[in-house]
Design a protein around this ligand. Structure first.
Ligand code: ZN
Length: 189
């Protein structure tokens, strides 16, 4: 899916006029073009690759904590961003850690809601690792809530649990223990 930058530029120009701004003033002249290019970059997840190489490695539990992500809330087109923490039980094979981070980006760089993004990341990791046992926890600050004062500054936490992580609460809690040092706190204000 290629985005139509020309149409975005026209639309942004119209938004600038609609909010009472002068789209021809110095600071705004290049804004429609910049916004179109920014959308192409921060919504690039739609075109992300889909191939995963597995490596033979004996490991009982793989945990990757603190993967940064930046997404756009589909209800307000404002950013939500934070950290994703990933765990899975390998079936004799593991996937590269950078691939896990890339999966997070693939689903973050779209118009999203945090709940769906978390589920999609978990399902893609299942596919990439051939494991049924996957856990993904995301923590995010939603600017649409923080900027409008709808809610206090606590992050929204969403978990997707598959297989053993759903059935075995000891295992799930083990992951929460491991990721504790990587978790985000309250928004600074
Ligand atoms: Zn929102």
């Amino acid at each position: 899916m290629a985005i139509d930058k020309r149409s975005i530029e026209e639309a942004i120009r119209r938004i600038l006029i609609a909010i009472g701004e002068d789209p021809n003033r110095e600071g705004l002249k290049e804004t429609p073009r910049r916004v179109a290019e920014m959308f192409e970059e921060i919504l690039g997840g739609y075109n992300a690759e889909d191939e995963y190489t597995l490596f033979t490695e004996s490991s009982d539990l793989v945990v990757l904590g603190g993967v940064k992500f930046f997404s756009l809330c589909e209800h307000h087109l404002l950013p939500f961003f934070g950290l994703a923490h990933i765990a899975y039980l390998p079936r004799g094979k593991v996937v590269g850690l950078s691939k896990l981070a890339r999966i997070v980006n693939k689903y973050a760089r779209r118009l999203q809601v945090q709940e769906r993004m978390t589920e999609q990341i978990a399902d893609e990791i299942k596919k990439a690792t051939n494991s049924d046992d996957v856990m993904v926890v995301t923590e995010a600050y939603h600017l649409c809530m923080i900027m409008r004062g709808v809610r206090n500054a606590s992050p929204t936490v969403v978990a997707a649990l598959r297989g053993a992580f759903r059935e075995d609460s000891w295992l799930k809690n083990e992951v929460y223990d491991i990721i504790r040092p990587y978790r985000i706190g309250r928004f600074p204000f």
